[in-house]
Design a protein around this ligand. Structure first.
Ligand code: SF4
Length: 481
């Protein structure tokens, strides 16, 4: 037996010993799934540990990893008296596995059985991941050869949410630096136009942060630079994360529509005022309703994001929020499970929120899927995070033909991404097909994360990007979609 639990984990950090720390990430993922909120401590001596893991021998690393995870899962599940919906899977993208199996020629039912047997996933989750993969395959079947998606990041928000771990800053604190940031961003966009020219732009995503934290004039200037720099005439969608209702005005919506934006998000996260106050959104339920109906005056497809598991929210409150969302009838609905992320205030202040947060019951899950069904929507993309409420997932729902292609391409790493702005990560996808849930080879280049650093180092960033994309045009044939 390669797993020994010498004394049951209690209140404090689990004392863990592992004889091969290259598997630590996988072990850590399972431990935190069974013991939410616990941060295991790594022991250098087995004799000091509560859980001792000797990684089993196997012919290859993948078999070794899967054997270890299954053994650990079975042991923890036996001790805790419950299973996990996603079984041994701890990665972000379960649909990479189902996509791979469908690509290998397995039928829908065979893929479901494969997920259950190899990763101990529940029937429900195996079906969800397979169903989504079928839809994704269909969406990805019409991609243009060698195409690229654009991502433009605005790292500002009206205020910072409790659970936020993005590098986003309260815009009020930045004053004149916002203009400097936009100048740097425009420099990047203009530069990229030289090396991207000739490539088909599949989708544009303007995120962050909250792009609509900018003024209407600033948005107009930035989108104008994009229009005049890059040919977007064949682009299938242009999305802007309007996100925070308190950042949306009619002037800004007009600007977005005039530049060809056809999808936006207006995100309440919850329609319970007490929760909005707790999570620091600084907008009211009425603000959301006003922003949503204002946006309905324009021909945008509208997505609304919700989060389940927010501090203090019980089933009836989630039910109430979903009822009101169904009445509004958005075009897309994205339901996240609250995640405890390292860089968030939620994690810093976990003791304050732990007891009332992370409630994601089977009933709530049923309510979410019922609401989507009543809206005539099906799940079309998903991802998971570590330390996520109910050990569930984040799911995007849409009516047929109204899915956001960018979400799918980004999640499946199926298309190159040219990304602009502080902390933005550009990717070039190439190499062999996914192997056991590992992504295709993705070369990456990340812009400086800190806003001031990004502004100060823009020339250097531009030169690096030049090289990155020019290298692509030399190796154009290596792109795999
Ligand atoms: S709106 Fe999004 S990016 Fe902005 S602070 Fe909240 S979670 Fe972070």
């Amino acid at each position: 037996m390669s797993i020994q639990i010498t004394s049951p984990p209690g209140e404090g950090p689990i004392r863990l010993y592992i004889d091969n720390d290259s598997f630590l990430y996988d072990v850590y993922g399972l431990l935190t799934a069974f013991y939410p909120g616990n941060r295991p401590e790594i022991m250098s001596e087995a004799s000091d540990a509560q859980i001792v893991i000797n990684v089993p021998e196997a012919p290859d690393r993948i078999t070794q990893k899967n054997t270890l995870k299954k053994e650990l899962y079975n042991e923890l599940s036996r001790r805790q008296g419950h299973t996990l919906p996603w079984g041994t899977l701890t990665g972000v993208r379960p649909t990479k596995l189902t996509l791979r199996e469908l690509d290998r020629g397995r039928s829908f039912e065979e893929t479901v059985e494969y997920m259950k047997a190899n990763y101990l996933t529940s029937e429900k989750k195996a079906r969800l991941a397979t169903e989504i993969a079928v839809r994704e395959r269909q969406m990805m079947s019409s991609l243009h050869d060698g195409s690229v998606c654009l991502y433009i990041g605005i790292p500002f928000c009206p205020s910072i949410c409790l659970y936020c771990s993005f590098s986003s800053y309260a815009i009020g604190a930045f004053g004149d630096s916002v203009e400097d940031y936009l100048d740097a961003l425009k420099t990047e966009i203009k530069n990229a136009s030289r090396v991207l020219n000739g490539r088909h732009i599949e989708a544009v995503y303007f995120g962050g942060g909250t792009p609509t934290s900018l003024s209407a004039t600033q948005l107009d200037g930035l989108l104008g630079t994009l229009d005049s720099s890059i040919d977007l005439s064949g682009t299938s969608e242009f999305t802007v994360e309007a996100g925070r209702p308190d950042s949306i005005t009619d002037d800004k919506l007009k600007v977005l529509a005039s530049h060809g934006v056809d999808r936006i998000s207006v995100n309440p996260q919850t329609l319970q005022q007490k929760t909005l106050d707790t999570i620091g959104r600084r907008h009211t339920v009425d603000d959301f309703c006003r922003a949503y109906s204002m946006a309905r005056n324009y021909p945008f497809l509208i997505n609304t994001d919700l989060i389940v598991g927010l501090p203090g929210e019980v089933e009836n409150e989630v039910r109430d929020t979903l009822e009101r969302i169904v009445e509004l009838s958005p075009d897309n609905l994205t339901v996240h499970s609250l995640a405890k992320k390292r860089a968030s205030r939620l994690t810093e202040q976990w003791d304050e929120f732990a007891s009332g947060a992370f409630v994601y019951t089977d009933t709530i899950e049923q309510l979410v899927f019922d609401a989507a069904r009543r809206l005539d929507m099906e799940p079309y993309y998903m991802y998971r995070q570590k330390e996520i409420a109910g050990n569930m997932e984040n799911v995007g729902f849409a009516r047929a033909g109204e899915e956001c292609l960018y979400n799918v391409l980004m999640m499946e790493e199926a298309c190159d991404i040219a990304a602009f702005g502080a902390g933005a990560v550009s990717k070039r996808i190439s190499g062999t097909p996914a192997h056991d849930g590992m992504r295709e080879k993705a070369d990456r280049i990340r812009n400086p994360k800190d806003v001031k650093n990004y502004i100060d180092r823009i020339e250097e960033t531009v030169q690096k990007k030049d090289k990155f994309f020019q290298l692509y045009s030399v190796k154009k044939t290596s792109s795999v979609i």
